[in-house]
Design a protein around this ligand. Structure first.
Ligand SMILES: [Zn+2]
Length: 310
């Protein structure tokens, strides 16, 4: 039995099946980053609450803090008890070594990210990583990235990136063909992190919807939208209709985590029981995840449901 076979609950669909099904329904899979058990509990609770599948993600930094094998084991355990499909992604993986580490630990997908390198080198190193992880398990989905979508999922003082670096449809087609990736992460006006004005709800990110449609047509694979935090709801809906299959939300969760942790700690300075302090934090993050999941699946969103962020 392969590593992934031991991790997956065989009674549920594969990640590819779920993505194909959601595309037909006009919905997208929500991808939520976790750095600790509080965030993971919140994502799983949101999946249970909304009865929708979720994609748990962890970048190299998040994986290092959590433990690669420990996260895979926890997700395995949680999904065996979950009625909803739960998948695990090695987000923003910058080396062959880290890609193999995630593949061997049983991750369902690896986000291979050599987008900071010149395009020829990005192609060569992405292709090498795709072949290596699929040799561990052919069912692992490989994601590749082109274009500039900024770096940290943090609160930024000034706008990140350069709108001139949007992914070109022809470049996307060639990249997919040359690398053998299953999922493409393009730059279409999306950006990691949020500006202060976005955290305050005074500004929203806007996407180049026409470019999404052109890239989808040219690339012919699943598309991931990174840096979804702070994006206008209507743009999310249209982006899904025009070809986005997976949407990453990280900073919104981090903002909710930080705020509710601060409030919870301040509520009673003599409280020292961790689970009493952390339970409201799980609940706050869960509300953000549930709200985003409902939006990605075309359900009406309660006004102010992302209120801890907006
Ligand atoms: Zn990302």
């Amino acid at each position: 039995m392969t590593a992934i076979g031991t991790l997956r609950n065989t009674s549920i669909d594969t990640l590819r099946d779920v993505l194909t099904g959601l595309e037909k329904e006009g919905a997208a899979l929500g991808h939520f980053n976790v750095a600790d058990h509080v965030l993971l509990k919140a994502v799983i609770a949101a999946a249970a609450e909304t009865k929708l599948p979720v994609f748990v993600g962890a970048s190299e930094g998040e994986r290092e803090f959590f433990g690669v094998r420990q996260l895979a084991t926890l997700v395995k355990s949680l999904r065996q008890e979950s009625d909803q499909p739960v998948f695990l992604n090695a987000d923003h993986t910058h080396s062959l070594e880290k890609a193999m580490e995630a593949a061997n630990a049983g991750f369902d997908a690896v986000g291979i990210d050599f987008s900071a390198l010149p395009i020829e080198e990005n192609v060569a190193r992405t292709k090498e990583a795709v072949q290596a992880i699929k040799a561990v398990n052919p069912a692992i989905l490989a994601e590749g990235e082109i274009g500039n979508i900024g770096t940290g999922s943090e609160i930024h003082q000034t706008a990140q990136g350069d709108p001139r670096t949007l992914t070109k449809p022809e470049e996307a087609r060639q990249f997919v063909e040359a690398t053998g990736i299953d999922i493409l992460a393009p730059a279409v006006g999306n950006m990691h992190g949020m500006l202060k004005s976005m955290v305050q709800g005074k500004a929203k990110k806007h996407l180049d919807l026409e470019r999404i449609a052109q890239i989808k047509q040219a690339a012919g694979v699943f598309l991931t939208l990174h840096g979804g935090s702070g994006t206008d709801d209507e743009h999310f809906r249209k982006a899904i209709a025009w070809g986005i299959n997976i949407i990453h939300i990280n900073t919104e969760l981090r903002v909710a985590w930080r705020r509710s942790l601060g409030e919870s700690l301040a509520r009673d300075l003599d409280e020292v029981v961790p689970y009493r302090i952390l339970r409201p934090v799980v609940d706050s993050v869960k509300q953000v995840v549930s709200s985003r999941l409902r939006l990605f699946h075309g359900e009406p969103v309660r006004p102010g449901a992302v209120g801890s962020v907006a």
